[in-house]
Design a protein around this ligand. Structure first.
Ligand code: MTE
Ligand code: CO
Length: 426
C-alpha cells in the first residue's frame, strides 16, 4: 500500500483539456443477442452442481453470512496509517455496496483502544453533574424506558479523506471515503434521559464517556444533546456490534464521528466544555497562521462517485451506470451534479429514493462510454443551498496542515482501458 501511495502522490496529476467524451452512443449492446448458429454456452447447456445436488440444510448457518462469492466485500485497513490495530481504522467497502444502508458486518470501525467486549449485564449508564437527580440505568432499564424510536443516520469520521489533504494519495474509494457508515438506529432520545435526571439551569454541556480502554470523552453542547442525540442499543434491527459500541452508543446526527461515544457509560452535565484530548490536540484544525479551528462539529455536504473508482474500474464500453453517495450534516441532499470532464461540464444525477436528512443518499448517472478517458467528479448541494467545494478552494481557506473535515470534490481518472485512478485537477 505504501509503495503504491507514494507513486500516486508523486504523479499528482494535472490533466485538463479532456474532450467532451463519452456521450455519443457507442453502439455497444446491453446484452448478447443469441444467434441461431451460436456455439452452445455451457452456463446454459450444462447442468451445474448446484442444480444437481442437494444443498446444505438449515442448520449449516444459524446466523447467515454473505455468499462465498462475495468474499471481497470486506473492511480493509491501511497498515502504515497507525502504529497498531488497536488504535486504527477498518474502512467500509463503499465501492461494493448498493442503496444507502451499510450492512452491519462491513461498517467501518474506528477505535482508539481496541474493541471493548462489554458484558451487557454489567454495563451501567450514569448521569451525573449539574442535575437534580443523578441516575444510573441498566440496559434493561433503558429498554423499558418510554420513548423508544428508530431512525437512520450517517456517521462520518472527521478524518475521512484526511490523508488526501496535500494531494491524491490512496488508490481506492474505500480508503479515501470509507470512514463512513449509514445505519438504522434504535434507542432513546438523549433528551428523555436528561429530562428524567433534571438538568440544572447552569447545565449547558454534556460530557459523554466510553467504557473502553481509551475511555473516550467528548463535550457536547446541551442544545444538540436535547435536540436530536440518541442513546442507541441497536443497529439495522439487531444489537450493536461489539466494534460499534455494544451494548450502548451515543448517536450525534450530522456531527463528526468522534463525538458518537461507543460503549457509553457516563453522561456528565457541566457548565462549560471540558477540553479533553479529543477536542484539543485532536479534532481541531491548525490553520496556516498558527491558529486552530475548534468545535468544528458539523460534517459539511460531500459526495463521491463510488463506481467507477480505482477498486471498481469500468469494464464495458457502451451503457454504464455511474453510481455514488452524497450526504450532509446540515440537512438533506437537494441535488448532485456529475462531471466526466474534470469539472468543465456538469449533468444532474438521478437521486435514488427519498433523500433523507443526515443520511447517505444514493445517486446515479447513466452514461454511454465510448472508451475515451474520463475525469469523473461529483458535487453535492444540500438543503441549505451549500455547494460542495473543490479541494483547491478548501486549501485556500484552511491551508495544508489540516486532517479533518476534507469535503472537497474527488476526481477519478478513467483510462481508455477502464482502469481508474485517484487524481486531482487544477
Ligand atoms: N468511542 C469510544 N468509546 N472509543 C473510541 O475509540 N472512536 C470514535 C467514535 N467513538 C471511539 C468512540 C471515532 S474517532 C469515530 S469516527 C467513531 O466512534 C467510529 O464509530 P464506528 O466504529 O462505529 O465506525
Ligand atoms: Co473518528
Amino acid at each position: 500500500m505504501s509503495d503504491q501511495s507514494t507513486a500516486l502522490s508523486r504523479r499528482g496529476v494535472l490533466r485538463a483539456g479532456l474532450a467532451g467524451a463519452a456521450t455519443a452512443a457507442g453502439g455497444a449492446a446491453l446484452a448478447q443477442a443469441v444467434a441461431s448458429n451460436a456455439k452452445p454456452d455451457p452456463a446454459i447447456t450444462e447442468v451445474q452442481d448446484w442444480n444437481r445436488y442437494l444443498g446444505p440444510g438449515v442448520e449449516a448457518a444459524p446466523y447467515g453470512k454473505p455468499s462465498k462469492y462475495e468474499k471481497d466485500v470486506i473492511r480493509r485497513n491501511v497498515p502504515w496509517l497507525t502504529a497498531g490495530t488497536e488504535s486504527s481504522i477498518n474502512f467500509t467497502p463503499i465501492h461494493e455496496l448498493e442503496g444507502i444502508i451499510t450492512p452491519n458486518g462491513v461498517c467501518f470501525e474506528r477505535h482508539h483502544g481496541g474493541v471493548a467486549e462489554v458484558d451487557p449485564a454489567q454495563h451501567r449508564l450514569m448521569i451525573n453533574g449539574l442535575v437534580d437527580k443523578p441516575l444510573v440505568f441498566t440496559m434493561e432499564d433503558l429498554k423499558r424506558f418510554p420513548g423508544r424510536f428508530s431512525k437512520p443516520y450517517f456517521l462520518e469520521c472527521a478524518a475521512n479523506g484526511g490523508m488526501e489533504w496535500k494531494g491524491a494519495q490512496l488508490n481506492g474509494v474505500q480508503f479515501t471515503h470509507g470512514m463512513i457508515h449509514n445505519v438504522w438506529y434504535t434507542g432513546l432520545p438523549l433528551s428523555a434521559l436528561l429530562n428524567e435526571a433534571g438538568v440544572k439551569a447552569r447545565g449547558k454541556w454534556v460530557l459523554a464517556e466510553g467504557a473502553d480502554s481509551a475511555a473516550m470523552t467528548r463535550s457536547i453542547p446541551m442544545q444538540k444533546a436535547l435536540d436530536d442525540c440518541m442513546v442507541a442499543w441497536a443497529m439495522n434491527g439487531e444489537a450493536l456490534r461489539a466494534e460499534q459500541g455494544y451494548p450502548l452508543r451515543l448517536v450525534v446526527p450530522g456531527w463528526e464521528g468522534n463525538m458518537w461515544v461507543k460503549w457509553l457509560r457516563r453522561l456528565e452535565v457541566g457548565d462549560e466544555p471540558w477540553a479533553q484530548r479529543e477536542e484539543t490536540s485532536k479534532y481541531t484544525d491548525l490553520l496556516a497562521d498558527g491558529k486552530a479551528r475548534r468545535h468544528t462539529w458539523v460534517m459539511d455536504a460531500k459526495s463521491v462517485v463510488t463506481n467507477p473508482s480505482p477498486q471498481k474500474p469500468l469494464k464495458h464500453k457502451g451503457p454504464n451506470v455511474l453510481s455514488g453517495l452524497a450526504w450532509s450534516g446540515r440537512g438533506s441532499i437537494r441535488r448532485v451534479d456529475v462531471s466526466i470532464d474534470g469539472g468543465k461540464n456538469w449533468r444532474q444525477a438521478r437521486i435514488d429514493g427519498p433523500a433523507l436528512p443526515l443520511c447517505l443518499t444514493r445517486f446515479y448517472l447513466d452514461i454511454d462510454w465510448n472508451g475515451q478517458e474520463l475525469m469523473v467528479q461529483s458535487r453535492a448541494t444540500d438543503s441549505t443551498g451549500y455547494v460542495q467545494p473543490t479541494k483547491d478552494a478548501l486549501r485556500k481557506v484552511r491551508g495544508l496542515n489540516s486532517i479533518y473535515h476534507n469535503n472537497g470534490i474527488q476526481t477519478w481518472l478513467v483510462h481508455a482501458n477502464g482502469e481508474t485512478e485517484n487524481v486531482e485537477v487544477s
